[in-house]
Write a protein that binds this ligand. Structure first.
Ligand SMILES: Cc1cc2nc3c(=O)[nH]c(=O)nc-3n(C[C@H](O)[C@H](O)[C@H](O)COP(=O)(O)OP(=O)(O)OC[C@H]3O[C@@H](n4cnc5c(N)ncnc54)[C@H](O)[C@@H]3O)c2cc1C
Length: 407
C-alpha cells in the first residue's frame, strides 16, 4: 500500500507531463506504467547501431506552438524544418511541378470547404465534405488516413478543423521516443505495473496492480481510448454512460511504420528525401528516403488498410514496402536491404491502435472525455486535447492541465 496524493496511470507524454507538474507543485504521486518502458506511443529503437528509428511519433507537429521543440533544444537533440515528403511518383513517372501544384491546390480547396462546413456547426464526415471525383481524391484519402489514423468516412470535419495546424512538421534525428525517454528520466516510474482496477467507491481511490494496491487521493488516467474502450481497467463503480459514450466516440485508428535499412546508400546524392508512391487508383505509400542521411527508408500505412496489412503479418508489410520502392527506384533497389522493423500498433496490448479521431457528429466528446469524475478520477492523454489531439505535445499539455486542475 502506498498513500499518495495522485496515482498516475501511464508513463506516456501525458503521464510525464502530469508527473513533472505535480512534482513542481509539491504534490506526492506514483506513476504506474504497464509496459517495460517509459514513452508509450513515443518509442525509438536502433534499426542498426547508430541508426535511430521511431516506431511511434516522429514529427514535432505545429512546431512553433510545440513545447517539445524547447525540450529538444535543452536536451541537445537535432531536428530539421524540412517537413513532409513532397515529391510524387504515379503511373510509372515522377509528377511534374505543375501536377504537384495542382495537388496542393486540391488540398487547399478541400480544407477551405471543410472550414466552411465546420463554421456552420453542422458536422459531417471528411468523406462527405470533400470532392470524390478528382485525380487527387485517393491521395487525399491516404494522407488523411495518416493524419487521423482513420479513414475519411470515419472522421468528423468539426474535429479535424479544431486541430491547430501550423503546417510545421519537424522530424527529430535521435527520435521522438528518445526525447520522451530522456525528458522523463527524472520521473520515478513503476514499470510492469498494469492497473487492472480502480475502486472509487470509498474516500479517495484504490488501484489494483500486480505488485499490490495503491491508495491515493485521486487517479489520473492517461491510457488510450483503445485501452479504456476494451475495458482493460475495471472501474468500481463503473464509469457513467456518458463517459463510455465519449470513449466510444473517439476511437483509435491505425498507423504503422515499416523501416527497411540498407547496407549502403542505394539512392545516390540527388535522391528525393521523400516520395508519395502511387500505383493505380488507391494503392499509395509515402516513403521517407534516407532521413538525416541514415541508410534506411520508412514507409507508412494508415486507416483500415494499416489494420489489414498488420493482420496479414510482418512479411506482407515488408513485401508491400519493397514493392513500392521497386516501383519507383527499380527492382534492384531492395537487394541491399539488411534489416527491417515493422510496427503493429493495433496489436500493442497497451495502446490497441494509433491515435484518436472523433467520429462524425462527435467532436464535442473530447471535452467530455477530459471531464473529471467526482474530483477523484481525472483523465488526460492525446484524445482529451481540444486542439492538439493525435500528437505527443497535445498529450503532454493535457497532462500538465490535468495536474494543475488537480492541484
Ligand atoms: C505510428 C504513430 C505515429 C505517430 N506520429 C506522431 C508524430 O509524428 N508526432 C506526434 O506528435 N504524434 C504522433 N503520434 C501520436 C503520439 O505518439 C501520441 O498521441 C502520444 O504519444 C500519446 O501519448 P499519451 O500519453 O496520450 O498516451 P500513450 O503514449 O499511449 O501513454 C499511455 C501509457 O499508458 C500505459 N498503459 C496502458 N494501459 C495501462 C494500464 N492498464 N496500467 C498502466 N499503464 C497502462 C501505456 O503502456 C502507455 O505507456 C503517433 C502515434 C503513432 C502510433
Amino acid at each position: 500500500m502506498t498513500d499518495v496524493d495522485v496515482a498516475i496511470v501511464g508513463a506516456g507524454a501525458a503521464g510525464i507531463g502530469a508527473a513533472k507538474t505535480l512534482a513542481r507543485l509539491g504534490k506526492s504521486f506514483v506513476v504506474l506504467e504497464a509496459s517495460h518502458r517509459v514513452g508509450g506511443r513515443g518509442y525509438t529503437e536502433e534499426i542498426l547501431p547508430g541508426m535511430p528509428f521511431d516506431l511511434g511519433c516522429h514529427w514535432l507537429h505545429s512546431a512553433s506552438l510545440n513545447p517539445f521543440v524547447q525540450v529538444a533544444d535543452d536536451l541537445g537533440l537535432t531536428y530539421t524544418e524540412e517537413g513532409f515528403p513532397r515529391d510524387a511518383f504515379s503511373g510509372g513517372r515522377w509528377l511534374t511541378p505543375e501536377e504537384i501544384e495542382d495537388w496542393g491546390a486540391f488540398f487547399e480547396r478541400q480544407e477551405a470547404e471543410m472550414e466552411r462546413i465546420a463554421a456552420t456547426g453542422e458536422d459531417c464526415s471528411v468523406w462527405e465534405a470533400t470532392e470524390r471525383d478528382s485525380r487527387w481524391t485517393h491521395t487525399f484519402d491516404y494522407i488523411m488516413s495518416l493524419h487521423s489514423s482513420l479513414d475519411t468516412d470515419q472522421i468528423s470535419v468539426i474535429d479535424l478543423m479544431a486541430y491547430r495546424d501550423t503546417q510545421e512538421n519537424w522530424p527529430i534525428k535521435e527520435g521522438y521516443g528518445t526525447l520522451l525517454t530522456r525528458f522523463g528520466a527524472d520521473v520515478p516510474v513503476r514499470l510492469n505495473s498494469a492497473v487492472t482496477g480502480i475502486d472509487w467507491s470509498g474516500p479517495g481511490v484504490r488501484l489494483t496492480t500486480p505488485k499490490g494496491t495503491i491508495a491515493a487521493g485521486r487517479a489520473l488516467v492517461t491510457v488510450s481510448t483503445g485501452i479504456l474502450g476494451a475495458g482493460d481497467i475495471r472501474f468500481t463503480p463503473d464509469l457513467p454512460d456518458w463517459k463510455h459514450e465519449a470513449v466510444a466516440a473517439l476511437p483509435l485508428g491505425n498507423h504503422n511504420r515499416i523501416c527497411l535499412a540498407f547496407d549502403r546508400d542505394v539512392f545516390g546524392p540527388d535522391a528525393s528525401h521523400g516520395v508519395n508512391a502511387a500505383s493505380g487508383d488507391g494503392d499509395q505509400m509515402s516513403l521517407n528516403i534516407r532521413p538525416f542521411g541514415f541508410n534506411f527508408v520508412v514507409g507508412v500505412t494508415g486507416g483500415r488498410f494499416a489494420d489489414w496489412l498488420e493482420r496479414a503479418g510482418q512479411q506482407a508489410s515488408i513485401d508491400y514496402t519493397e514493392k513500392k520502392l521497386q516501383t519507383v527506384f527499380g527492382t534492384d533497389i531492395t537487394k541491399h536491404v539488411t534489416a527491417r522493423i515493422v510496427t503493429a500498433w493495433r496489436g500493442d496490448p497497451w495502446v490497441k491502435g494509433a491515435y484518436s479521431a472523433a467520429q462524425p457528429g462527435q467532436a464535442h466528446q473530447r471535452a467530455r472525455l477530459a471531464e473529471a469524475l467526482d474530483e477523484r478520477i481525472h483523465f488526460a492523454g492525446e484524445a482529451t486535447s481540444p486542439d492538439f489531439f493525435s500528437t505527443a505535445h497535445g498529450a503532454y499539455l493535457s497532462g500538465i492541465a490535468a495536474a494543475e486542475a488537480m492541484a
